[in-house]
Each structure stands twice: as C-alpha cells, then as structure tokens.
Write a new protein. Structure first.
Length: 220
C-alpha cells in the first residue's frame, strides 16, 4: 500500500517499531482522556497538544502532511463556527457580532478535542501499516466480521485509487483540464463511471469468494 493513499510513512523511529496493538490502546486511552477533560481546563489541552506535536516530531511527519490530513476536520470547523451564532443563553459582542457565550465554549470544546484526537490518529496511521492495524484489532478480540470487512476495504480501496488514477491519466491524454463550471459535467461523469466500475468489480469479487466457499457468517 502506498503512503500517499493511506498516510503511512516508512521510517525507523521508535514509534514505527512500537507494537501496533500498544499504539491502538494508547490512541483510545488518549482520546478518552481528552474527551473527558472539562473544556474549561485550557492548560490541560495545551499539555495534550504539546504531547501530540512531540509525537509527530518524533515520528518525523512533515507539517504539510499533517495539515493535509487535517482537512477531514473541515466539517467540524463549519459546525463549530455556527455554534456561537445559534446557541442560546447570555451573549457577548465580538467584532460586531452577538455571540452566545455557551456557544463559544461549545465551539472551543468541539474543536480542541477533535483536533487533538485527529493528531493522535495521524501519529498512528503515519507509523503503522494499515495491514498491521487490522491485525492488531484482531489480536484485541474485535469481531472477526469487522476485521474481515476492514481488510477487504483496504485491499479494494487501493484498486479504486488505481482505477481513478488511470481515468485521470486518460482525461489528461485527451487534453482535458478542469477549468470552471464547464468541466463539472466531465468530472461528474467520471465519478459516476468510477462508481459503476467499482460496483461491478465488487460484485465479481463477491461471487468469486462465494464460489471458493467463503462463509459470510464467520467472515472466512
């Protein structure tokens, strides 16, 4: 599996060599502690943040790579931005806007906790191969059906990424360039074609598995 697709970065640091199971347990414990911390304890969140950044530095994850992976947090940012505007209770003036004090605290709590959990997750995926994460989940007695689904998902998403790259190369070979709304139709058709191809390939894989005696009830 390629690093760009899954975020894993090969390396020889102690975090790379650490047990995937231990890292998973540490991630869950860190997330629980962060979520359980009262939002008013700003000093505690500062300490958590310094710890997460130190781990990223120890894992030698470039800051730009961290920022790219943090883009998944954008929906939380949008929701947090709306909370001070729609929440009720006492209000305060900020830059001419009437904002709810409770909403500001809520937005702060949501953002800081989601960001810290995301940073910890980035440490895990950057230092651990996806296959080893699935194996670690199996060793932690996660239901066999779930780990089987995860394993198939990892294998199949690589196929989808490769198919998408081939389609992009084909568009470029035909002189296509995404320039404004006029290109949206071509992009939409490409997405639809990718979905149809992926579904058809998934059906073929499923039928092949059943033909080889795969038991869906036990995941093998």
């Amino acid at each position: 599996m390629t690093a760009p697709a899954w975020g894993h970065r090969a390396g020889g640091t102690r975090l790379h060599r650490a047990s995937p199971r231990a890292k998973l347990i540490a991630l869950v414990a860190f997330a629980v502690v962060v979520v359980a911390t009262p939002r008013e304890w700003v000093w505690a969140f500062a300490a958590y943040g310094a710890f997460a950044i130190a781990l990223l530095a120890a894992a030698r994850v470039p800051p730009l790579a961290v920022l790219r992976r943090m883009l998944i947090e954008v929906p939380f940012l949008v929701f947090a931005a709306l909370m001070p505007l729609i929440a009720t209770g006492p209000r305060t003036e900020v830059l001419g806007l009437s904002l709810s004090i409770e909403g500001l605290w809520g937005a702060w709590g949501l953002l800081v906790k989601a960001t810290l959990a995301m940073l910890a997750a980035i440490v895990l995926v950057s230092t651990t191969e996806p296959r080893r994460i699935v194996l670690a989940l199996e060793s932690l007695r996660l239901p066999r059906q779930l780990t089987s689904i995860m394993g198939f998902m990892l294998r199949y998403l690589d196929v989808i990424v490769d198919e998408s790259e081939r389609m992009r190369t084909a568009r470029l070979a035909r002189g296509f360039e995404a320039r404004g709304p006029r290109s949206w139709r071509v992009i939409a058709m490409s997405v639809g074609s990718l979905f149809a191809r992926s579904h058809a390939r998934g059906e073929r894989v499923h039928l092949a598995m059943l033909a080889r005696g795969h038991d869906e009830a036990v995941g093998r």
